[in-house]
Design a protein around this ligand. Sequence first.
Ligand SMILES: [Zn+2]
Length: 119
Amino acid sequence: MTDHPARKQDQAKLLVALQDLDHMIRDAEDAKTAAKMQEMGFTMDGIAEIKKARVELTEHIKPQLLNRYQRVSQNYERIVVPVVKDLCTGCFAKVATSFRYEKTAVVTCESCGRILYFT
Ligand SMILES: [Zn+2]
C-alpha cells in the first residue's frame, strides 16, 4: 500500500485534534478551571466523554506519530504547530526548504522537535 499524501495530511489534522482534546482534559482537571466551569453550568461528566473521544482518536493515528507526540508533550505545551512563512510557530526557526515540497507530510522541526503541519 502506498502512502497517499491526503492520508498524511489527515494524520496532521488528527494530531491537532488530539492536542485540542488534551488541552481540554488538562483544563477540566485543573481545580481552578473546573470550579469556574461548574459555575458556568458545565458538569464534570464531560471529561469522561472527552477521554473516550481521545481513545477513539488515537486509534486512527500511526503509532510512531503518537510516540513522537507523547515525547514532545513532555517538553512543550504546544506540540503540533503550523508552519507560517517557512517558520516553525513553536520556536520560530526556519523550516528546512526541502519540507516545502512535501506540504502534505507530517514533519518535525529540526530545532525544537515539535510536530509541524502546513496550512
Ligand atoms: Zn521549532
